[in-house]
Design a protein around this ligand. Structure first.
Ligand code: HEM
Length: 273
């Protein structure tokens, strides 16, 4: 079972949903850690051009991050401290944790300057490296209007020692973790074919370089499993998808899914004779 199922009870809206992060909770390890770390190692080996993106401006923050990660693991997860190899420091840091790691550097705007993302949800790291927060979110309908300024302002005020986290979710038709294809075909079939995918994201400022570390932890569960565990899951899922604006439904691949889940919705959305 996954630890977060962030389906709000109010209608869907794009929002920041930031909460203060307890320092001990930066990284989460669970029973699948060995499998996730070996999948990550394999992807770094076999798909390096798609999962690792490093620019010179990310070098110093990467070295700082590796040292900070080792310090953090030593304090909160001593059993996870492992010998560090001689790859790029960001790649070495990413081999130690289940989270994907991105470094945002403040230049003319906040730009993505180094990243190891093995578990993207239908986006391609090669298209995002070097981009600003606004450029990265270009394909997200409504981002510019609802989140463009607030996210930029948030990055300015993340203080050293005060980190934050948020959750994001979507549906995919696969339980696989490495899903780089930008094509956004709607999940086919119905509940039995869908996987609920949650990203737990954290934001932390590094004290020396001032870069912001953005971590993404990806959790996936079969939708039927969540429906069995919580009788309200299907209704909440269907309400969220139906209440999202049409452009968001199209972006997320949700068009028509709420109606498939809930026959009453199908009846009520039928045009009058
Ligand atoms: C408070 C900060 C942030 C907020 C509120 C935010 C919000 C969002 C939202 C609402 C989406 C739409 C996806 C969905 O709902 O499933 C999204 C997509 C995305 N975000 Fe963020 N985001 C933030 C920071 C970042 C950062 C720092 C990165 C750096 C790598 C990033 C990378 C992405 C990418 C790559 C996508 C997918 C875009 C695509 O489809 O091409 N986000 N974000």
């Amino acid at each position: 079972m996954i630890p977060y199922v962030p389906l709000g009870r109010r209608p869907f809206r794009l929002h920041m949903g930031l909460r203060p992060l307890e320092p001990s909770r930066w990284f989460e390890f669970d029973d699948d850690a060995a499998a996730v770390l070996s999948l990550r190692a394999r992807l770094i080996e076999d798909e390096r051009a798609r999962v690792v993106a490093l620019e010179p401006a990310g070098r110093a923050p990467s070295a700082e991050l590796l040292a900070v990660v080792l310090g953090h693991l030593g304090r909160f997860h001593p059993e996870r401290v492992a010998p560090v190899g001689d790859d790029h420091p960001l790649v070495e840091a990413a081999r130690l944790v289940e989270e994907d790691l991105c470094l945002m550097v403040r230049e003319d705007a906040w730009r993505l300057r180094a990243a190891v993302v093995c578990f993207p949800s239908r986006w391609d790291l090669r298209e995002k490296i070097g981009a600003t927060l606004r450029e990265i979110h270009g394909p997200v309908p409504g981002y510019e209007a609802a989140l463009g300024d607030p996210v930029d302002a948030f990055f300015e005020r993340i203080d050293v020692g005060r980190a934050y986290w948020r959750l994001n979710w979507t549906l995919l038709e696969t339980p696989e973790l490495f899903v780089p294809d930008a094509a956004r075909a709607a999940p086919g079939g119905d509940l039995a074919d869908w996987y609920f995918r949650v990203e737990r994201q954290t934001f932390t400022r590094l004290p020396e370089t001032g870069a912001v570390v953005f971590t993404i932890r990806t959790y996936v569960a079969a939708a039927t499993e969540l429906a069995r565990a919580d009788p309200e899951f299907v209704g909440a899922l269907s309400d969220q998808m139906a209440s999202a604006p049409p452009a968001v439904q199209a972006y997320k691949g949700w068009v028509g899914l709420a109606e498939r889940l809930d026959p009453r919705r199908r009846a009520s959305s039928r045009p009058d004779p």
